[in-house]
Design a protein around this ligand. Structure first.
Ligand SMILES: [Zn+2]
Length: 239
């Protein structure tokens, strides 16, 4: 069974369209359209739109797990992409060459030491009483008692769940240092959320990772860990 977020395809295609527009129009001269910034824009946007997951099994394509009646419309998406280019340009990665505009958006950077590329972590927080998505709360991802650093500034930890994200959170943690390549390690992470009128949510989970000699700079479903839905309950209800 394979899970695919078709919003990824839609967002990448729209970013290419927006880039083509920006390169033609001098109004957008100040905005960086290099491969790295495009990728950062994709992350920024994908973290702010509803994911649409398709589960393929037994040759059937069906929409699974999440149901979305209100789809983000195209105009909203393009506005969000422009907003992202503005944010990303003003928050440019200092150690990256930003001059490769127009190249494909796959970037791999060689780190000085082997690294554990932690997968992106996605999940959902629901109200355990009525299965409604939790909104207007923050979810924090912790490792060894501290908030885990994200891959770049466009990803937030804690991650704020607004009413548009249908209770979905996404984290893309920064890589962690390894001693050698092909080293296996099981990381233990803690997800924590607090909401008024609910018992605090604590969810501990393990992520096995094998170290590599490259940074995984692209976000893909192959490097995504999907957690089971998490539920929050009021204090008087036993979960
Ligand atoms: Zn750039």
């Amino acid at each position: 069974m394979k899970i695919h977020n078709i919003m990824e395809d839609i967002v990448h295609a729209e970013i290419e369209n927006v880039c083509a527009e920006m390169l033609k129009n001098p109004v957008y001269q100040g905005l960086c359209t290099c491969a790295q910034c495009r990728m950062d824009v994709a992350c920024y946007v994908l973290n702010r739109v509803q994911p649409r997951y398709f589960v393929s099994s037994r040759g059937l394509e069906r929409e699974g797990i999440f149901s979305f009646e209100k789809q983000q419309n195209g105009a909203d998406l393009i506005a969000l992409i422009f907003e992202a280019f503005d944010k990303v340009t003003h928050n440019r990665r200092p150690n990256h060459n930003h001059e490769n505009a127009g190249e494909s958006s796959t970037v791999q950077t060689m780190p000085e030491h082997p690294v554990f590329n932690i997968p992106a972590i996605i999940g959902r927080v629901l109200n355990g009483q009525n299965f409604a998505p939790m909104a207007e709360i923050s979810v924090g991802l912790y490792y060894e008692g501290k908030l885990l650093k994200m891959n770049n500034k466009n990803w937030q930890n804690p991650c704020f769940l607004n009413s548009k994200t249908e209770g979905t959170f996404t984290f893309w943690p920064d890589s962690l240092p390894a001693d050698t390549v092909d080293e296996s390690h099981v990381f233990e992470f803690l997800l924590q959320a607090d909401a008024h009128g609910f018992e605090p949510l604590h969810h501990i989970f393990e992520v096995p990772v094998v170290s590599e000699h490259i940074f995984a700079d692209t976000l893909s479903m192959e490097r995504t860990l999907k957690l089971p839905s998490l539920y929050m309950f009021p204090p008087e209800i036993e979960p």
